[in-house]
Design a protein around this ligand. Sequence first.
Ligand code: PA5
Ligand code: NI
Length: 191
Amino acid sequence: MEIVKASTRFETNAGYLSGEDISQGKKYLSELKGIFADRDAFDRMDPHTPVYEVQMHQSVVQETAGGLFFGISRLFPGKVGNEYFMTKGHFHQLRDRAEYYWGISGVGVLLFMDERRKVTAYQVEPGSLHYIPGHIAHRLVNTGNIDLVVGACWPSDSGHDYDSILQDGFLVRVYEQDGKPVLRLTENESI
Ligand code: PA5
Ligand code: NI
């Protein structure tokens, strides 16, 4: 019997996965149409601008019950108008599936929204740990000027439901005002 070396590496400081069973994908601005509030500013930007990339260790096939996935999300700094770059955001397809996020580098905001659209915003920073219960939509926002890198672990049968977010959006958006992040209701009220 021998001690087996891991076939996959997680570079904790760099926030990078390498080795076997890693898949990765990049999201460009063109794939985020309708997500940001300022449509004119969006149309003026280069659609090939990268907004975020996700690396994932795919240990089992999608939808396997009882397995786990492990991912690293890297959200680049930037804004559309005054609204910070953010992920699409999703509920899990199987609504009761939970997830862990943890901050690796950069600063940002993790938005939670429940099924009644009540939003809570948490500060993400290196070392912050976030438990996302089931039935909670989640979206990351980069409010800093370096990459926001976040680790994630979630059940392999969770799935992603993007449609309800694309349709109704999150009720709260994160904007830069006087160099600082502020939260505003989508209807433009200050909260
Ligand atoms: O599983 C997660 O919640 C993350 O890995 C996200 O999928 C990732 O941050 C990208 O965000 P989204 O799936 O909303 O585009
Ligand atoms: Ni998720």
